[in-house]
Design a protein. Structure first.
Length: 268
């Protein structure tokens, strides 16, 4: 079972990091060249760039900040593992809970982590391993397991969603919640948040299979889209919003994938 996937950037051609792991068995982290997924010249496909076994794996993130070049993080059971894929150097940070969501900042070498305990904390990956919790920088708290975090572009704000269906916008400078986006439904699933700052939108699919779109600015619920399929655990839609769907001259729209079908909703 693949728990998390993220894009990576190396001196190699475009590649992506694929993290696999389930709660009952050891997992595996792999860095794969994107050309593996090309249908042309299957005989010329390169192999994996990096692969190693790990304990229970929940999340992954790639660092684009030059101060932590070629590094990626894996969120594991009660620890964070930061790996340099070129040198093989690893840093381990012990946590008190499973790390279900991660994102690196781009302007600073900071890694943000969302935990099953409801805690969100940041790590400066330039520091050496430290015991205890003294290495934690920003610390925020939800009442339920944090399943998705998204840094906004200026990196002063962080959006977080949890297993109680709460979606909060945090000001990282004051460590205070400044907005709450109401109506999301979640009880136990790891569901992503999608932020589109260009259009000023937040999109999330709930466990009830409804897709909801909020205004980033005032947290007002703009639209609720029911799933075209009957709702069930294995039919929660996957969505992506694009400001220019179909290319540079395209128009804003939402793509929704449910089971074997793909739907398009225009934004106007």
């Amino acid at each position: 079972k693949v728990n998390s996937v993220c894009w990576a950037s190396l001196t190699h051609p475009d590649s992506h990091l694929c993290l696999m792991g389930i709660a009952e068995t050891p997992g595996c982290a792999s860095l794969l060249p994107a050309s593996l997924f090309s249908s042309t010249n299957p005989g010329d496909r390169p192999g994996m760039l990096c692969s190693f076994k790990i304990s229970t794996a929940w999340s992954c993130a790639w660092c684009l900040n030059p101060q932590a070049d070629n590094c990626f993080s894996t969120g594991l059971t009660r620890r964070v593992l930061v790996t340099n894929v070129v040198t093989g150097h690893r840093q381990t940070f012990g946590t008190s809970s499973d790390v279900l969501a991660q994102q690196f900042a781009t302007q600073t070498p900071m890694l943000y982590n969302g935990c099953r305990s409801g805690e969100i904390f940041s790590i400066d990956v330039r520091q050496r391993n430290r015991k205890g919790q003294s290495w934690k920088a920003v610390r925020l708290f939800h009442d339920s397991a944090v399943t998705s975090i998204r840094l906004l572009e200026a990196e002063h704000y962080l959006m977080a969603g949890d297993m109680a269906g709460k979606i909060k916008l945090w000001d990282l400078r004051t460590a205070k919640c400044v907005k709450q986006y109401k109506g999301h439904h979640n009880e136990y699933a790891i569901l992503p948040l999608h932020v589109n700052e260009e259009e000023g939108l937040l999109t999330a699919v709930g466990q009830d299979c409804y897709t909801r779109i909020w205004s980033l600015q005032d947290a007002h619920l703009l639209r609720t889209i029911p799933s075209p399929h009957p709702s069930s655990k294995d039919a929660i839609p996957s969505v992506v919003f694009s400001s220019r769907l179909g290319g540079s001259r395209g128009v804003p729209g939402l793509l929704m994938a449910v089971k074997q079908d793909l739907y398009h909703f225009s934004y106007n």
